[in-house]
Design a protein around this ligand. Structure first.
Ligand code: PAF
Length: 285
């Protein structure tokens, strides 16, 4: 019979529970989250379960990836309902450290990725963001020492940054999890709960416009014209667009035509105070 799920709060407790698994040669998967779990996270957990003997889900709202004006204080904290969801998925351990456990020497960024794919896009809108993510994911990897870690494709640039800068020095294999969507196409996100009914109704425009643009580019339409039109369509739906760009899928370097692929279209846009991001692959022609 599988043992009941444990919720652990310290690095020492985590090691005490994982070291015996590691010495038996069993594989450990980490699914890093900030909680407020939804089906998108649970899909990552299921992927982790297929790929490892033990699954640890970390729940930590990381202060170093929020700027002072952002939603750190109001970010949803729902440990009780998250715990119920994860117990049903057969997760072995939740790791829910305190801020002092993660940042015993002060809340600072000490892993700051520089260069592609961290340049531009999210970094233009949120210059502090990848320093915070890389810092906390490095620490989570050091605490859990997983063989693999699963991250969602919705945060496409984050996934590339972690693959490029964070995972290699620590020897962790990164497994990407496909974006899970509502039936109308909106990508699941913990921040969707901030949307008013009116803004919720407008939000699927992001996925619709990106998908249509991806098809047009794959059929040879010029990228600058397609992306200018995409931006205009998203604005017409009521968003303020931070960026709507076609990039090389891995380096995230700007691209001038579809032959410079694989390509990914990425968007970040704000509606009624909520910032949403999404992305789409351009099918190869
Ligand atoms: O994607 C997230 O939820 C966060 O950025 C992560 C990777 C858990 C780091 O805090």
């Amino acid at each position: 019979m599988p043992s009941p799920m444990k919720t652990l709060h310290t690095r020492a407790e985590l090691s005490a529970n994982l070291d015996p698994c590691r010495s038996r040669g069993e594989r450990i998967a980490l699914v890093p989250t900030m909680g407020a779990l939804h089906e998108g996270h649970l899909a990552l957990v299921r992927l982790a379960k297929q790929r490892a003997d033990h699954v640890v889900v970390s729940i930590f709202v990381n202060p170093t990836q929020f700027a002072p004006h952002e939603d750190f204080d109001r970010y949803p904290r729902t440990l009780e309902s998250d715990t119920e969801l994860l117990a049903k998925e057969g997760v072995d351990m939740i790791y829910a450290p305190s801020i002092t456990e993660m940042y015993p020497d002060g809340v600072v960024q000490d892993v700051v990725p520089q260069g592609p794919p961290a340049d531009g896009l999210e970094s233009d809108a949120r210059p502090h963001f990848f320093g915070g993510v890389a810092t906390v994911v490095t620490r989570l990897f050091k605490h859990a020492r997983p063989h693999i870690a699963v991250f969602g494709e919705k945060d496409w640039q984050q996934l590339q940054v972690i693959k490029t800068f964070v995972a290699p020095p620590l020897g962790v294999e990164i497994v990407p999890g496909p974006t899970v969507r509502e039936p109308d196409g909106l990508a699941l996100s913990s921040r969707n709960r901030y949307l008013s009914p009116e803004h919720r109704a407008a939000a699927p425009a992001l996925h619709r416009v990106l998908s249509e643009s991806a098809v047009l580019i794959s059929r040879g339409a010029p990228i600058p014209a397609v992306m200018a039109n995409a931006r205009a369509e998203i604005e017409k739906a009521g968003f303020t667009v931070d960026y709507a760009e076609a990039r090389h899928a891995e380096t995230l370097a700007p691209v001038s035509d579809a032959h410079h692929g694989p390509l990914r279209l990425l968007v970040a846009a704000r509606i009624g105070g909520t910032r949403l991001i999404d992305n789409a692959a351009v099918p190869s022609s």
